[in-house]
Design a protein around this ligand. Structure first.
Ligand code: SAH
Length: 372
C-alpha cells in the first residue's frame, strides 16, 4: 500500500463520531422508533449505553447485566437521580437496575422486556456460553426486539494495528457470512425475523468489506402471551442485584402532591398579584372596584380568557384576598397535573390555606403590604 493511500485510509477510518458512540446512537434511534418501555442491556460494561438511554422518555424500566461487577460498579453512581430530578420530578416513572451475572444463565428478573441490546457482547463469550446465549435471550427472555452488534472481521485489514482480533478478550470475530448464518439460524429457531445493518462505513471502493460493526436487528414474529410468560417460566434467581434507583416521578402520589401544592401556590400568587395591582389602581372607581382586569403582560391573555365566569373572579373580604380554586384549576399546568378538580381538592387539602367553604385559596392582604 503506498503511503498516501494509507494516510487517506487512516483518515477515513477515524470514525466520526467514534464507533462506540455510533453503536449507542443506533440503539437510541431504534428506541425512538419502537418506543419500548422496558429495555435490558446485556454486557453493559461501564453502563454508558444505559446512561444515554435513561433520557429516552418512553423508557420506564432500564436494566443492565454484566459478568464483571467491578466494571459496572465503577460508574454506576452516574445512574442515580440528580437533585434536579427531585426538584422537578418527571411525569414518567423510571427504575434503573444493575445485575451481576452471565447471559448464559436464566434469571426471572430478565423477563418482560421489550428490547434487549447486546452491543459488542457475543465475541466475548466462550463457546459453551455462546451456545446457551440464544436460548436465554430469544427463548427465555423473548423480548419483541433484540439488537446484536459484533465486529466484522472483513473490516480488520483496514484497521491499523489489528492483527488477529480487535480486543485481546475477543474469543472470535466473525465475517459477514458467519454472523449472518448464525443470526438467521437463531432467528429461525426462535421465530424471529432478522435484518442486517451496521455502523462504520467502509471507505469508497471497499464496500465489499461491509460495515466495521455488523448489527442484526431481530423482531419477534409471534405476539406476547401477556402475564402467562412469567408464570410459564418458573426459574430461580441467580443474578445478584448490585444497583437499583427509583427515579422520583409524578406517578408517585407523594411527588405529585408536592408538585401540585407548589404549582397551586405559584399560580395563586400570580393571580393575586394581578388582581391586587388592578384593585389598587381602580380602587376609587366603584364600577371597576374588585373586578379582575388583566393587563397586557405575559399572563394577561391566559387570565383574560380563563376568568370569564363571575364565580371565578378573585375577591377581597376584610383583610383577605380569595383566589377561587376553579380559576387556579383552569391554568394548563395545574389542570394537567391534577386531571380532575376533585383530585386538586384532595391533593391540597390541609396543605394550602383555603376559604371556610374550601372553594378558594386565601391570602392575607396585610401580609402582601408588608412584602411590598
Ligand atoms: N456493551 C458495551 C461493551 C461491551 S464489552 C458497550 O456497548 O460499550 C463486553 C462486556 O460483556 C464486558 O463488560 C464483559 O464483562 C461482558 N461479558 C462478557 N461475558 C459475559 C457474560 N457471559 N455475561 C454477561 N456479560 C458478559
Amino acid at each position: 500500500m503506498d503511503q498516501n493511500f494509507q494516510e487517506e485510509l487512516t483518515q477515513i477510518i477515524k470514525f466520526k463520531p467514534p464507533l462506540h458512540k455510533q453503536r449507542h446512537q443506533f440503539v437510541k434511534d431504534l428506541v425512538e422508533k419502537y418506543k419500548p418501555k422496558k429495555v435490558a442491556d446485556l454486557g453493559c460494561a461501564d453502563c454508558s449505553l444505559l446512561r444515554m438511554l435513561k433520557f429516552c422518555s418512553c423508557i420506564e424500566v432500564l436494566a443492565g447485566l454484566d459478568i464483571c461487577a467491578n466494571v459496572m460498579q465503577e460508574k454506576m453512581h452516574t445512574l442515580s437521580p440528580l437533585p434536579v430530578d427531585y426538584l422537578q420530578p418527571s411525569e414518567r416513572s423510571l427504575t434503573v437496575t444493575l445485575h451481576h451475572g452471565s447471559v448464559a444463565h436464566k434469571d426471572p428478573c430478565m423477563l418482560g422486556f421489550d428490547l434487549v441490546t447486546c452491543i459488542e457482547l457475543i465475541e466475548h463469550l466462550e463457546e459453551p456460553e455462546l451456545k446457551k446465549f440464544p436460548e436465554v435471550v430469544f427463548g427465555f427472555m423473548a423480548p419483541s426486539i433484540v439488537v446484536i452488534s459484533t465486529p466484522n472481521s472483513e473490516f480488520n485489514p483496514l484497521l491499523p494495528g489489528v492483527m488477529l482480533h480487535r480486543h485481546p478478550d475477543h474469543k472470535f470475530e466473525w465475517n459477514q457470512a458467519q454472523f449472518q448464518s448464525w443470526a438467521l439460524e437463531t432467528a429461525r429457531c426462535y421465530d424471529y425475523s432478522v435484518e442486517f445493518t451496521g455502523v462504520g462505513h467502509p471507505p469508497t471502493g471497499m464496500e465489499k468489506a461491509g460495515f466495521c460493526t455488523q448489527i442484526g436487528v431481530f423482531i419477534r414474529k409471534y405476539p406476547r402471551t401477556g402475564e402467562s410468560v412469567q408464570s410459564e417460566k418458573p426459574t430461580e434467581a441467580v443474578y445478584k442485584t448490585v444497583f437499583k434507583a427509583v427515579y422520583p416521578s409524578l406517578k408517585d402520589e407523594k411527588y405529585l402532591q408536592n408538585a401540585v401544592i407548589s404549582e397551586v401556590i405559584f399560580t395563586a400568587q400570580i393571580i393575586k398579584h394581578h388582581f391586587m395591582s388592578k384593585h389598587q389602581e381602580y380602587g376609587d372607581d366603584p364600577e371597576r372596584k374588585s373586578k379582575f382586569q388583566p393587563s397586557m403582560d405575559c399572563f394577561s391573555d391566559c387570565l383574560g380568557k380563563l376568568v370569564v365566569e363571575k364565580n371565578m373572579e378573585p375577591f377581597v373580604s376584610g383583610n383577605e384576598v380569595y383566589i377561587p380554586l376553579a380559576t387556579i384549576f383552569s391554568f394548563p399546568k395545574v389542570n394537567r397535573l391534577c386531571g380532575t378538580f376533585e383530585k386538586l381538592c384532595k391533593l391540597i387539602a390541609g396543605k394550602v390555606t383555603l376559604s371556610s367553604d374550601g372553594s378558594a385559596v386565601m391570602f392575607s392582604i396585610e401580609h402582601e403590604n408588608e412584602e411590598n
